[in-house]
Design a protein around this ligand. Structure first.
Ligand SMILES: NC(=O)C1=CN([C@@H]2O[C@H](COP(=O)(O)OP(=O)(O)OC[C@H]3O[C@@H](n4cnc5c(N)ncnc54)[C@H](OP(=O)(O)O)[C@@H]3O)[C@@H](O)[C@H]2O)C=CC1
Ligand SMILES: O=C(O)[C@@H]1CCC=N1
Length: 287
């Protein structure tokens, strides 16, 4: 039996998320020969090449020339310059997928040749261990087949859900940035354990296992979080005392404020990436 051919793929930007994407592609059935990765620093590109066997390509423009799938994983502020660089070299039909926070599909469609299919993705770092959560949204030229290809590319990362683009800033605020909130909670629980006399190692292991187990219980039962919380809370017991203290310290309001701040920041990053009204319209391809 021969393996299914995968589209030749260029990953532009090999930082935290670019590396997660490279790893996910290889787990999903792409071979190392199918994947090129570009980086600003040659040393980082060689590091990824050594770790995964993928080709360290340079520059972005050359990498996309032979690609059927381009994954943009640079910072939002760098997206406009990368699009300007690659636009003339993109082959017709090449699917451009971006994980950049906030940057609207319209920015890609304005910068890339007319008709270029674009899909925006908001992944998160638990993708590194197959436990991620990603929202994906199509641009105006992306078809169901394009979305299916993105789902195939992300198959090893965990949950992938299709959403409307208007919801991606909210997805960013909840699941994109969310791992940091969860790590914040784990760190705070571990620190509290140390305050109460546990060793840091034990307190950290207990906190990690508790958050992991609670997430697994919520996922496997499908029960509402309030129901699950009530099951922990014996009348007049320790848990109601603890949860009352969380409420008294405004922790719920703090989580809502965190998500709102991340949402606003995502929108601001998107606004900053939009071209000024005087900018020239889309470029032509290389001959
Ligand atoms: N980290 C996360 O949890 C998530 C990140 N994202 C998105 O993923 C994108 C990348 O984020 P993250 O991986 O955290 O950031 P990183 O800074 O770790 O990665 C970006 C990488 O791109 C490199 N780079 C910069 N300019 C270029 C260029 N012109 N061509 C090729 N590579 C370049 C950077 O090099 P150098 O450092 O030398 O500039 C860096 O290694 C962002 O747009 C972010 O919004 C989305 C969801 C979650
Ligand atoms: O912090 C950020 O901007 C990126 C996007 C979501 C998670 N990390």
């Amino acid at each position: 039996m021969t393996a299914t051919a995968r589209p030749h793929t260029a990953v532009l930007g090999g930082g935290v998320m670019g590396e997660a994407l490279v790893s996910a592609l290889l787990t999903a059935g792409w071979t190392a020969d199918d994947v090129d990765v570009t980086e600003r620093s040659a040393a980082r590109a060689m590091e990824l090449s050594g770790r995964y066997g993928v080709r360290a390509a340079d520059p972005n423009r050359k990498a996309v020339k032979g690609a059927d799938l381009v994954l943009v994983a640079v910072k939002p502020q760098v997206v406009p310059e990368v699009l300007a660089e690659i636009a003339p070299a993109l082959r017709p039909g090449t699917l451009v997928v971006s994980v950049a926070a906030g940057v609207p599909v319209a920015v890609y469609e304005a910068a890339l040749p007319e008709g270029t299919p674009v899909v925006r993705v908001m992944p998160n770092t638990p993708a590194l261990v197959g436990k991620g959560a990603s929202g994906i949204a199509p641009g105006s030229h992306a078809t169901d087949e394009h979305l299916a290809l993105v789902e195939e590319a992300l198959a090893a990362t965990g949950l992938v859900v299709r959403v409307a683009e208007k919801d991606l800033d909210a997805v960013t605020a909840i699941s994109g940035s969310g791992p940091a909130y969860a790590f914040y909670l784990i760190d705070a629980m571990a620190e509290a354990g140390v305050l109460l006399g546990l060793t840091r190692d034990l307190a950290t292991r207990l906190a990690v296992a508790t958050v992991e187990g609670s997430a697994a219980l919520a996922a496997q039962t499908g029960d509402h979080p309030v129901v699950l919380r009530e099951r922990v809370s014996s009348p007049g017991g320790t848990t109601v005392a603890g949860v009352a203290a969380l409420d008294a310290h405004g922790v719920r309001a703090g989580v809502v404020a965190a998500a709102r701040a991340a949402y606003d920041r995502s929108r601001a990053l998107g606004a900053a990436a939009r071209p000024t009204p005087t900018a020239e319209p889309g470029p032509a391809r290389d001959e």
